[in-house]
Design a protein around this ligand. Structure first.
Ligand code: CIR
Length: 264
């Protein structure tokens, strides 16, 4: 039976810390305004809930400025979770708190061995394969170990090399449905996902490539009208979220939650 990859009824998120002003960013476009960042996060959680997802929102963790991006220290599936090893020094410790949360929610938790590094943002799950992008955060050893952990959960891991300049694999692509991936033109040229159809983001709208399919809806970042029209013309039900502050931290829709479907 094919794996379900965009049906979710549970999610985990974490409130933004005031220390998010010190969050990592490749280009400094100013620190996020914390009140506005919290409002964007609340709207995001509310949107997931409106789509049928019960969201557990963890308290802010001031010790880790980027800890609201819970996607990076773990990978979760309906039948178990994998504890990752975030590749940025300031984020490595996020996995410790995440271990406790996952143990409380999953019967099976597989930790990556003490070797390489891997961030959840570098992982795109499709029905046939789980693609793992090598990046400044995910190295070859971490990716190899992740392939092994995925096999234990019955999933096939495939390691790919995204074009240069991409923070995380999913910064430049995201799943729209079981056979379609929204991606930037550079990503399409790299032809990383055999068997998947590509919908290419119009030039100038690259940041919208980190979309998030949740049940029957595709969530996108507000402010990318050409992509929104393209998605609607291709039959997708689209909802928008304002993410101006989140984007200052090089993050997007997928980064702010871990999502899964509870076993029936
Ligand atoms: C970082 O650089 O780690 C954070 N400022 C942004 C993390 C984005 N996460 C993601 O793409 N999964």
């Amino acid at each position: 039976m094919p794996h379900s990859v965009h049906r979710f009824d549970r999610a985990l998120a974490r409130r933004p810390a005031a220390s998010a002003v010190d969050g990592l960013r490749a280009v400094d476009r100013g620190a996020p305004d914390i009140a506005a960042l919290r409002a964007e996060h609340e709207a995001y959680v509310g949107m997931l809930e409106s789509l049928g997802v019960a969201v557990d929102v963890l308290e802010a963790d001031e010790g880790f400025p980027d800890s609201m991006f819970v996607e990076d220290p773990a990978l979760v599936f309906d039948n178990g979770a994998i504890l990752l090893r975030p590749g940025a020094a300031s984020r490595f410790g996020e996995a410790v708190a995440m271990e406790r949360e996952l143990t409380a929610r999953f019967q099976r938790l597989i930790p990556l061995p003490d070797r390489g590094f891997a961030d959840g943002g570098d992982v795109m799950v499709t029905p046939a394969a789980v693609f793992i992008g090598l990046s400044a955060r995910t190295d070859a050893a971490g990716a190899e170990d992740l392939v092994e952990a995925l096999a234990e959960l019955g999933r096939k891991g495939v390691v790919v090399t995204p074009p240069p300049g991409v923070l995380h694999l999913k910064t430049a692509c995201s799943l729209l449905d079981d056979e379609t991936v929204l991606m930037t033109e550079a990503m399409e040229k790299a032809a990383l996902f055999p068997g998947m159809r590509a919908l290419v983001v119009p030039e100038g709208e690259e940041p919208v490539a980190n979309a998030l399919r949740v049940n029957d809806t595709v969530l996108i970042t507000e402010g990318f009208p050409k992509t929104e029209t393209m998605l609607r013309e291709n039959g997708y039900a689209v909802r928008r979220l304002k993410l101006d502050e989140v984007m200052k931290l090089d993050a997007g829709l997928s980064c702010m939650s871990l999502r899964w479907k509870a076993p029936d």
